[in-house]
Unconditional design. Structure first.
Length: 135
């Protein structure tokens, strides 16, 4: 779950409906999404509003958990870090129909949701603009 210092960081989505992301690279880019659970919630969903692609994790998630969703090529997976510091591969909780989407070139809008509504999650997205400026 390595995140390089050169990756772009979006401001957190805390109680916000969505965030506009701009990938100024020359190709689409996988990303690492961290979702910190502020209040116990269930069925966490990260959605690319422009394409309808989503990643949804089933079940209840307790306050203090951190989900790390990696959509980068060759590294796809989902890990949970629990409040006690233990780590677990939770790919088995991925809901049917989920897609490890990439961020397209240009702008796209992402939003985070849970069954309990807004305010349950603090979400940060990390990505690298791939081959920016190379023609």
């Amino acid at each position: 779950w390595e995140i390089h210092e050169t990756d772009n960081v979006l401001s957190e989505l805390v109680g916000s409906r969505s965030v506009l992301i701009e990938n100024r690279g020359n190709i689409e880019s996988g990303c690492v999404i961290t979702a910190d659970v502020i209040r116990t919630c269930s069925d966490i969903k990260i959605v690319n509003a422009d394409t309808g692609e989503y990643i949804e994790m089933s079940g209840e998630w307790q306050s203090g958990c951190r989900l790390i969703i990696d959509t980068r090529s060759g590294r796809k997976g989902v890990e949970c870090i629990y409040p006690d510091g233990t780590h677990e591969d939770v790919i088995y909780r991925l809901k049917w129909g989920s897609d490890f989407f990439s961020l397209p070139v240009g702008k796209c809008r992402l939003y985070a949701a849970s069954s309990q509504g807004n305010g349950c999650l603090s979400v940060t997205v990390y990505f690298s603009e791939r081959y920016r400026g190379i023609v």
